[in-house]
Design a protein around this ligand. Structure first.
Ligand code: NAP
Length: 281
């Protein structure tokens, strides 16, 4: 059994981005820019935004952080995002979720043009993924694909089982596997015989949000197991996979923390640079 080192992989990816941003600056005389919009005072969101801004600095990306108060109106939020949409210095726009309850997140996100949608959440980008066309792919599933690629995991013809069908993880993950010629099963809370479905997987991805949900009896010997879950239990981070028992059966497994998590921000920064490259060309 081998443990996938997401932290090291993410560090390598982030280091390489510097070269891409520097090349754009040299060729077009412009800096790559990411606008981050944070509305309200959710402490976890503040930490995420700080990490993203720091990540931008390291990658040679200029960040424009907009902090709006909790009582921001729908019209004010939409106006800000629309102004960023037409700002040439901004190549990517990220609206940190969740938004305060009185705001309609969907309508605010709809103001982000798909060419600047670095989270890959827009209907257009998800549609492109479904059609197998080039767009921007959601960061977490994209990070999983990058880990599997770097660890030389064969997907073609293999049985991939994704547990979870959220718009930000499970669904795009399943589409990426279909596009990579895997045979794909998507499981969710209504799935019958979940353990049996999982036990058939050559590649098993857990994106459920329940600590230690995937146990050894649900895993085939030699399977590749990817744990997307981030759950806090007694102040400690644990995944959706019961690592101690499942790692005895898996051939390759991601840990939590240090697996998929660090890849998400690396792929976000990658998406920003990709959007900038497309815009400048
Ligand atoms: P979500 O929107 O809550 O979706 C959870 C999915 O799991 C749903 O599709 C749900 O099914 C399914 N599910 C729930 N209970 C189940 C059960 N008993 N059996 C089978 N399926 C079940 O969560 P998410 O946003 O996709 O996130 C999933 C996990 O990944 C969370 O722990 C989150 O913190 C983590 N996450 C990590 C990263 C990262 O950077 N590593 C990024 C995003 C999310 P239904 O559709 O039927 O309700």
């Amino acid at each position: 059994m081998m443990v996938i080192d997401g932290k090291k992989t993410a560090t390598e990816i982030r280091a390489r981005l510097r070269g891409r941003t520097a090349a754009l600056e040299e060729k077009y005389g412009k800096k790559v820019g990411l606008a981050v919009v944070l509305i309200g005072d959710d402490p976890a969101s503040q930490v995420y935004v700080r990490n993203k801004v720091r990540g931008c600095e390291e990658a040679g990306i200029r960040s424009f952080a907009h902090y709006l108060p909790p009582d921001t109106t729908q019209a004010q939020a939409e106006e800000l995002v629309r102004s960023l949409a037409s700002d040439d210095a901004v190549h990517g726009i990220l609206v940190q979720l969740p938004l305060p309850k009185h705001l309609d997140a969907e309508r605010i996100l709809a103001c982000i043009p798909s060419s600047k949608d670095v989270d890959g959440f827009s209907a257009e980008n998800i549609g492109k993924l479904a059609l197998g066309e080039e767009g921007i792919v959601a960061c977490t599933p994209l990070g999983v694909m990058e880990l599997l690629r770097r660890y030389s995991v064969e997907l073609r013809g293999k049985r991939a089982v994704v547990v979870g069908r959220s718009n930000i993880v499970g669904r795009p993950m399943a589409l990426l596997f279909v596009n990579a010629d895997a045979t794909v099963t998507v499981c969710h809370s209504r799935t019958e015989n979940l353990a049996e479905e999982c036990a058939r997987a050559d590649i098993l991805v857990a994106a459920v949000g329940k600590p230690n949900f995937i146990t050894a009896d649900m895993v085939k010997d030699g399977a590749v197991v990817v744990d997307v879950g981030i759950n806090r239990v007694d102040g400690k981070l644990v995944g959706d996979v019961d690592f101690s028992s499942v790692s005895q059966k898996a051939s390759l497994i991601t840990p939590v923390p240090g697996g998929v998590g660090p890849m998400t921000i690396a792929m976000l920064l990658t998406n920003v640079v990709t959007c900038a490259e497309r815009a400048m060309k």
